[in-house]
Ligand binder design. Sequence first.
Ligand SMILES: [Zn+2]
Length: 392
Amino acid sequence: MELYGTTKPSCGKKLKQDAGVDDRKPPDNNKALLKKISKNNDDNESSNFTNKKEQNRKSVGLQKKYQSYTHWRSSCYITSLLELLYTNYLHTIPWWSANVGIIPKNTGLKNLYISFTIRDTVNTPGAKNIKSTLNEAREIIRRHVLEEKWEEDNQFGSLTQWFVNIISEEKKSITLMSQLCVLGLRMWSCRSGHFKISPTPIRPLFPINGVEEFNSAFFNNNQNLIGQVSTLFLQRNQLISKIFPDQPCPYNRANLHQCTNREISYEEYIISLPHTLIFEVTQRDGYNYNLSNQLNFPFQLGYQEDGVSMEFMLTARVYSTSSSGQHFYSEVIRSFNDQSGVYKYDDLNDGMAVLESEDLTSLSGCKPRTVLVSYRSNDSDSHSIYSNIRTS
Ligand SMILES: [Zn+2]
């Protein structure tokens, strides 16, 4: 049914020529893209021929493409996410070098940092052997994934599992976790005042179960906001409070004494937001991704409460070519010479990322088969203010 959906090794070279057919945006068709861009410029300038110089400056200004990881052994489940992570890393290099660079052990996160620093060298003017440098950067991660037996060689892997595993290796470090994960607390209590408190599961991805995520009373009363990720984010930052009508008191589990209360109140509260915030449109029954068609990811994601104002900017997305995964590719916002554009990276396009749009907001909105969407924080001070308010 799907181009990539038949057999596991179908991520291979034989499909290269078909890489862009499925989504009708050929990743390797530079001619059509250039034609489109020059047409746009013609439209803009048609009434003003004297502005030719400006037009030329503009058309050479924004880089049309850049080299990234080439296809190798069905590793698009690694490289498409690496592309997203690297894009975010570029906004937080000082944090990575000060906090991850100093990790003495050869952990997955340290390897991720080493991989990024190797990749950094291709951005220097006159860099040579760019493809082999990028191969080296990719192999550091791929070898780690294979050595840890998270995936098998030459097979499709899970887009998110290897990264979640890398992060959970470090879960004892609050410094690292608070940069990369949403941290929160959960509390259960019964009418007699027995309670249990524990952290929310530490994961680097903020899950969204498709539009089913919008099933709260608030969204039932505001049906026009269903699918608006900005509203979901505001809701999630509030205290989540539920009553479970029939659950055992948390005291019973500890065998301290018998409590017969069955009505348990549950509260969940975010205490820290990461600098790199990654939403995951989750998989249903561990297999098919939930539909993203109605999920509207904004360009800016804001949060305000008394004394704190936070803002996140859209940086990248990863897509699958079918609802079950199979092949993954990315769109990222990258800057070159102080100009930014939206680039599409698909390893089947010889690892070449191609300029798709100069309109950065074109990366926002509802897009089918979206699996991951990342944001970067605009201001790191607001994070500590936020955490201070929430833990005081
Ligand atoms: Zn109790």
